[in-house]
Design a protein around this ligand. Sequence first.
Ligand SMILES: C[S@@+](CC[C@H](N)C(=O)[O-])C[C@H]1O[C@@H](n2cnc3c(N)ncnc32)[C@H](O)[C@@H]1O
Length: 214
Amino acid sequence: MLVREGDLRGRRVLDVGCGTGALAAALAERAACRVWGIDSSEEMLAVARANVPSVRFKEARAEQLPFKDGWFERVVLRMSLHLFDRPRALRESRRVLGPSGRLAIATGDPEHFGELWIHRWFPTIAAVDRERFPTKERLIDELEAAGFDSVHVDVLQQDRTITRDQALAKIRGRAFSTFQLIPPAEYEAGLVRAEAELAPVTAAPSRWLIVVAG
Ligand SMILES: C[S@@+](CC[C@H](N)C(=O)[O-])C[C@H]1O[C@@H](n2cnc3c(N)ncnc32)[C@H](O)[C@@H]1O
């Protein structure tokens, strides 16, 4: 959906907050994009470099991109926007985009928070994430303030399931950054309850905002 809505196929793309390079790899291998990835974590980039040799990775911050004005046709942000200083990061994305450039974003829809599988055992996560993830309306305002126009928003519902082992691995590995922001006692108690209560398979739907701005 990001490739289609963002018109990414074959483009020169910057993946901001690329993490271990999962999206960058898919864009290079399945959408014929020429991809650069930046991330502030050298550990994430070490995994990305080992896994995705076709993509050029650099350590950098979204708020200060090490590229010339207008260098890219597309910028993509997937599950990273909530971690940035958004006004600065969105202005930087705007700066590195050339004429007819587009920014394509996939981010969690905060209207859905509270209904995710993880919230049953870690209720504070929903409240913390509502503060971190922008609503659709707020994101449109922030994009316009950063110089974008023609903002288009779609909602994507993914109905998935997660096995008990996968769920426990995510909890034990603190796979979501929000685990760092909840009280340690809530984490410990939630882990014990999840170990006792998790079913063999759990519904794990997610709802995304897919946002494209010119
Ligand atoms: C949840 S991961 C998403 C990874 C990737 N976009 C994906 O979809 O697979 C968020 C990434 O943003 C990075 N990050 C956090 N703050 C950042 C910043 N200010 N500038 C650049 N990267 C940042 C983190 O290191 C992490 O790798």
